[in-house]
Ligand binder design. Sequence first.
Ligand SMILES: Nc1ncnc2c1ncn2[C@@H]1O[C@H](COP(=O)(O)OP(=O)(O)O)[C@@H](O)[C@H]1O
Ligand SMILES: [Mg+2]
Length: 219
Amino acid sequence: MILSMSAVTKSYQTAEGCLSILQGIDLDILAGETVALTGESGSGKSTLLHLAGGLDIVDTGTIVAHGVNITRFGEAERAEYRRTQAGLIFQQYNLIPSLTVKANLHFHAQLADRYDASWSDSLSAGLGLQGLLDRYPDQLSGGQQQRVAIGRTLAARPPLVLADEPTGNLDEATGDAVLEIMVSLCKAAGSSLLMVTHSTRLAAKLDRTITLKSGRILS
Ligand SMILES: Nc1ncnc2c1ncn2[C@@H]1O[C@H](COP(=O)(O)OP(=O)(O)O)[C@@H](O)[C@H]1O
Ligand SMILES: [Mg+2]
């Protein structure tokens, strides 16, 4: 089991009071499994990903990742968890503008002490980035930047990849192509994938789909 969430709740304090978003999430993801997370806008998909990725902490409930209970991790432990266990891919590419494509690709893997030249080369090839390695992010199209963001995350071979509408900024054909590559590279890396998407068409390309509704998961 790569990720196991049990009875997880999360609410936000707002000016209008306490907003209860996740109301008892039970979710298990197996090693190598690819799972699509769907649900209406505002249903809590990003919130769930942030909890699974160690960006935020639960109100109640438990998250076990790779056999380790991360629920009560402090800041430093969560940062270490993000560096080595959970790879996050957002719709915003968050590339480092002052670094070349190649340096962006190596960055996380080096932080995680997992840089592997041959895996890095196969990622560049798989993502079609070989001719772009010496460019800077502002010299790339949106689709190319997203492929770099995916490569950067996968370079560290995280056991769990968490992707929040990763192809949401791309046109349909480009988005489909990027997703297909991302899924096949996750499989090659042995990474599990939990991906938020609005698209049932994209969701159908993964092993299974779960849906968030009223703070709970409908399977
Ligand atoms: N930091 C926050 N403070 C207050 N409310 C938040 C915060 N983050 C998200 N929300 C609210 O929580 C709900 C779920 O948000 P989110 O997880 O982003 O949903 P989704 O990704 O499914 O669209 C929304 O109503 C959103 O406005
Ligand atoms: Mg969201």
